[in-house]
Design a protein around this ligand. Structure first.
Ligand code: C2E
Ligand code: MG
Ligand code: MG
Length: 637
């Protein structure tokens, strides 16, 4: 009876290859799962002991009983430990926390251990005959049953958590299980062919390349882990207590890239990564791109974090050197305690990715950022909900014509009112809608609602010549805007002259070419234009000439500096500036509208200097369509 160890020798080669790959593949060693590492180590010991044990069993004449026993016991205890360790590995991948479950899975392996401990006395697993031939005892099948139990449980876990593991991971795990299961059965029938460890090592290699291979998680520039690795690790860290994520950001990296060139900057980033790795000891460091680094610390004392912060500021106060280039960067340091500060990985990535401008080193206010970000996500959801339910509302604010003493138009202002969260001010939701693109749909909704109101209501008969609709810069950048508007006008059989489009100064300053093109097209359709919030910045007179504005709306800040609504007072120069601005614009051929008129004094003064139109709370706040009709019935009678 001779055991064949050729498969075991092949298994040793495969396992050595895996070990080499884990240790020498740059950056991988630090990231690869510790449990996987242990699994590989156990399989290596099992393979070695299987070879030596089998050789001792084949040729007992060359060894003594102690040596033969040593290898056989070592083999049996390690080989079955693999099955157990594999289930622990799966728990780890799934981020399983339940201590009770972990305890339960140790039970089958404990049975093996009890049998092994009792074996010298009862020979239940194996024994030797008088020629020291190795023979199986009556309880040997228990070892197979225990292994099978673990395998079946592992298959069950992989299938049950298929989604959570991700398709690739789950498929690789099932591959490992099947590949190690088949030869185990063959070996039960032909016990002399020791193939199971070889197939198991192949399975481990499969896992190495599909789960543990972190080629795609290493940042090629700095050689440390990237954001994908961080994402994986955060999933696990969020479930553990006492993790801390440190953020180390160099603000405005693009600026330094321009200054010293990409290649030099990359070398410096590599130096920074190396420094961080040294400083962080056992904790993992990540390069999340754009000069944003993170360090994930598990169970690290508060004082250590404070030291880390102090050392970081100290290091960044000294220059980073590449050849003749010597640079000092500001650094922003953030400390996020998990899971107290946030339970949401998405929040964390927003925090990691956000570029906080700044020229000086500083500590980031993490709780403030997170609450602002959460508010932002809430608003985004409310916008989406309002678009889905068509629950945006349009309010109208009258515009008073000084010459006729009547309300001759109104500005349409969008309202987002949520049952639970109340009114969300446009100053809050419009910028968010501009950033995520929802403004295009909101703009379309408002335009259509305004057309419907103009067409179906009675305001034309009450002397309203046109309605003003605000256009966002994002809408102006859309080449299909004119088609959309024209279609809606056609649908309501309306003339474009009934709508005046308001464009803000900042929008007007953004991208001249596309903006001009859009305005030109809209002008050809018959729309007229107002320049909104004149005087709030970006003032560029040359744009104003080139665009077909007929009305300039002066921002209320100019009026309020000249005549404050609360006390009626103002600065002398502000008054001179306001008067001259109005006169200048009128001389240039524009009609001038003053925003934010709140008091009778302001109204009278503006009338006295000949301002064309007035808008503000003095006349009315923005009100719903029916209330506006009611208002007109009283005012324009
Ligand atoms: P805006 O176009 O300058 O609109 C005038 C804002 O001033 C309105 O604020 C209005 O309620 C407010 N206002 C008017 N008179 C007075 C006054 O006498 N005193 C004070 N304190 N405020 C006055 P609202 O409705 O909160 O809108 C804010 C901004 O949101 C608007 O500024 C506009 O830029 C934007 N917005 C509103 N609706 C839309 C829309 O449908 N589309 C786009 N793109 N932007 C919109
Ligand atoms: Mg406006
Ligand atoms: Mg305005």
């Amino acid at each position: 009876m001779m055991y064949h160890v050729e498969y075991d020798i092949a298994a040793i080669c495969v396992t050595l290859f895996i070990t080499y790959y884990l240790i020498f593949k740059k950056g991988l060693g630090k990231h690869a799962n510790r449990v996987y590492f242990i699994l590989v180590l156990i399989s290596f010991i099992a393979e070695i002991s299987d070879v030596f044990g089998s050789l001792a069993n084949n040729h007992p004449e060359y060894t003594n009983t102690f040596t033969q026993d040593f290898w056989n016991y070592l083999y049996l205890s390690t080989h079955n430990l693999m099955a157990f360790a594999f289930v622990v590995y799966l728990f780890y991948l799934l981020g399983y926390e339940k201590k009770k479950a972990l305890f339960l899975v140790t039970i089958p392996y404990s049975v093996d251990l009890v049998l092994l401990v009792l074996n010298p006395a009862f020979h239940l697993l194996f024994y030797y005959d008088e020629k020291r031939t190795y023979l199986h005892g009556p309880a040997f099948p228990v070892i197979y049953v225990v292994a099978a139990l673990y395998m079946i449980f592992a298959i069950y876990l992989s299938i049950r958590h298929w989604k959570k593991l991700g398709r690739n991971k789950a498929a690789a795990l099932i591959f490992f299980l099947i590949i190690s299961f088949i030869p185990t059965i063959i070996q039960m029938i032909f016990p002399l062919y020791l193939m199971s460890l070889f197939f198991e090592s192949l399975g481990l290699m499969g896992i190495l390349f599909s789960i543990e291979n972190k080629d795609d998680v290493i940042n090629p520039t700095t050689g440390i882990l990237n954001r994908y690795a961080l994402q994986d690790d955060l999933d696990v860290a969020m479930k553990e207590i006492n993790s801390t994520l440190l953020l180390i950001k160099i603000p405005n990296l693009h600026h330094y890239n321009k200054m010293i060139g990409f290649e030099n900057m990359n070398v410096i980033l590599e130096q920074i990564s190396k420094w961080l790795e040294e400083e962080s000891g056992d904790s993992r460091c990540y390069d999340c791109g754009r000069g944003h680094f993170a360090v994930l610390c598990e169970d690290v004392a508060k004082s250590k974090i404070e030291d880390f912060q102090k050392n970081t500021f100290e290091r960044f106060a000294r220059p980073w050197v590449k050849g003749k280039i010597s640079m000092i960067f500001p650094v922003q340091f953030g400390v996020i305690r998990l899971p107290e500060d946030t339970k949401n990985v998405e929040n964390l990535f927003a925090l990691i990715d956000t570029v906080f401008d700044g020229k000086d080193s500083c500590v980031l206010d993490v709780p403030k950022f997170i609450s602002e970000y959460e508010r932002r996500v809430l608003i985004e959801n409310l916008i989406e909900k309002a678009l889905r339910n068509k629950s945006f509302q349009v309010y109208y604010q009258p515009i008073y014509d000084v010459k006729s003493g009547k309300v001759h138009s109104a500005e349409a202002l969008c309202r987002l009112i949520d049952e639970e969260h109340g009114m969300i001010p446009p100053d809050e939701f419009i910028p968010i809608a501009e950033q995520n693109g929802a403004i295009l749909e909101i703009g379309k909704f408002v335009f259509e609602e305004v057309c419907r109101f103009y067409r179906e209501g009675e305001i034309k008969d009450q002397g309203i010549k046109y309605l003003e609709v605000n256009l966002s810069v994002i809408q102006c950048m859309s080449r299909s805007l004119r088609i959309t508007f024209d279609e809606i006008l056609k649908w309501y059989s309306m003339d474009a002259g009934c709508i005046n489009l308001e464009i803000t100064e900042s929008a007007a300053a953004d991208n001249r070419e596309v903006l001009f093109e859009t305005i030109e097209k809209l002008k050809n359709s018959g729309f007229t234009f107002s320049l909104d919030d004149y005087g709030t910045g970006y003032s560029n007179i040359s744009y104003m000439y080139e665009m077909p504005f007929s009305i300039i709306k002066i921002d209320r800040s100019i009026l309020w500096k000249a005549i404050h609504p609360s006390n009626g007072e103002g600065e002398k120069n502000a008054l001179i500036y306001m008067e001259n601005t109005i006169r200048m614009l009128q001389e240039m051929g524009y009609k001038v509208l003053m925003e934010g008129v709140e008091t009778g004094k302001q109204k009278e003064y503006l009338e006295s200097i000949g301002c064309d139109y007035l808008q503000g709370f003095y006349f009315s706040k923005p009100i719903p369509g029916d209330a506006f009709e009611e208002y007109l019935r009283k005012i324009n009678r």
